[in-house]
Design a protein around this ligand. Structure first.
Ligand code: PLP
Length: 356
């Protein structure tokens, strides 16, 4: 078995894997409805929201498409500071949605000032942004950005990709005013891939009612209609719902505040280590709590490093996209503990020492 230090999928607790062995039930049964009702409560606590949470049998990208198609009639502003901001933009283009993109050099966060300038020149239905940019390990200042945005366009719908930070970083969905918060199962939730979550505000639902063509699979009005009876419109991945139910219990047992604190500590630890041996890619003050992108300042062959690590049953992440050779990534998310992370770091040090 390989211990994964890649930014998803992450290692899954045996109790959670075991939960998937339960027999199938009908997704129209009382048993399923109880299960889904319980899951809602756990997700709301983890994501700090009282908003409805759609659970879809898809990965997070599906909900990117859903979020845009349900909220944009005319035009969206997309903030890009890495590969997943680019994905937001790509989703808009492929759905024939008019989009403007605001770029900042990779490694830097999108800023309230940059966004304000754009909002002063053009009205938008929605703004899409990534909370935790997995390609660069930048954490965007979402609260400040939303405050600045609403000062200029109070009715804009805010779409936030929290795929690689939800359940690992302290995201205050309601306090910050996020209309649609999107997460995937396979990252800090430490579940197998296959489910995605969207915490959706009333403002976003009101908008959806005015949109004519919302598609079918991710139609928020339809999802909401079924959710009111603790069901999904199409057949859900029931085994993953069982896993989620168990995993939410594991999260509760640890404590949500404690879970966020553990992620913060792990991040501090890796960042410190990376500063001693390499350089950090993300700008200071905006560094991710859940993964670290490290500049490959020793020009290591990352494939060779991973080969070495795999001999010890471990794997780290390549650089993403255009950063493939320039960086590598260590994820510290989900159920990761300090001792296993330390084990990995010592191994990387021993690999480095053979290259001197
Ligand atoms: N957004 C971010 C920040 C991600 O890290 C990823 C996946 O790595 C995605 C979106 C896409 O999520 P999914 O693979 O669940 O569709």
């Amino acid at each position: 078995m390989t211990r994964l230090f890649i930014p998803g999928p992450t290692n899954v607790d045996n109790r959670t894997l075991e939960a998937m062995r339960q027999p199938m039930i009908s997704h129209r049964s009382a048993e399923f409805r109880e299960l889904f009702a319980r899951i809602q409560v756990g997700l709301q606590e983890t994501l700090k929201t009282t908003n409805r949470i759609f659970v879809t049998t898809s990965s997070g990208t599906g909900l990117f498409e859903g979020a845009m198609r349900n909220t944009v009639a005319e035009r969206i502003l997309v903030c890009v500071c890495g590969a997943f901001g680019e994905r937001w933009y790509d989703v808009a283009l492929r759905n024939n949605i008019r989009a403007d993109r605001l770029d900042i050099p990779w490694g830097e966060p999108n800023t309230p000032a940059q966004i304000k300038d754009q909002l002063n020149t053009q009205r938008y239905d929605a703004l899409a942004i990534v909370h935790n940019e997995t390609s660069t390990s930048v954490e965007n200042p979402i609260a400040e950005i939303i405050t600045a945005t609403r000062e200029i366009q109070p009715e804009i719908v805010i779409l936030v990709d929290a795929v690689s930070s939800a359940a690992g970083a302290d995201i205050r969905t309601d306090e910050w005013g996020i209309d649609i918060l999107i997460a995937s199962s396979q990252k800090c939730f430490a579940l197998p891939p296959g489910l995605a979550f969207a915490a959706v505000s009333d403002r976003a639902m009101e908008r959806a009612k005015t949109i004519e063509n919302r598609g079918l699979y991710f139609d928020f009005i339809l999802l909401d209609k079924y959710l009111q009876r603790n069901m999904t419109p199409a057949t859900p991945a029931i085994s993953l719902f069982y896993a989620l139910d168990t995993q939410l219990e594991i999260i509760q047992q640890e404590g949500i505040a404690e879970r966020f604190e553990r992620h913060r500590e792990l991040a501090k630890h890796v960042q410190q280590w990376a500063k001693e041996h390499f350089e950090l890619f993300a700008a200071e003050g905006y560094r991710s709590k859940t993964l670290t992108t490290i500049r490959n300042s020793r020009a290591l062959e990352i494939a060779k490093l991973n080969e070495f690590l795999s001999g010890h049953g471990m794997q780290i992440g390549n650089g993403y996209g255009k950063l493939k050779e320039e960086t590598f990534r260590i994820a510290h998310m989900g159920e990761m503990q300090l001792d296993e992370l330390n084990h990995l770091l010592r191994l990387i040090e021993s690999f480095i020492s053979t290259k001197k």
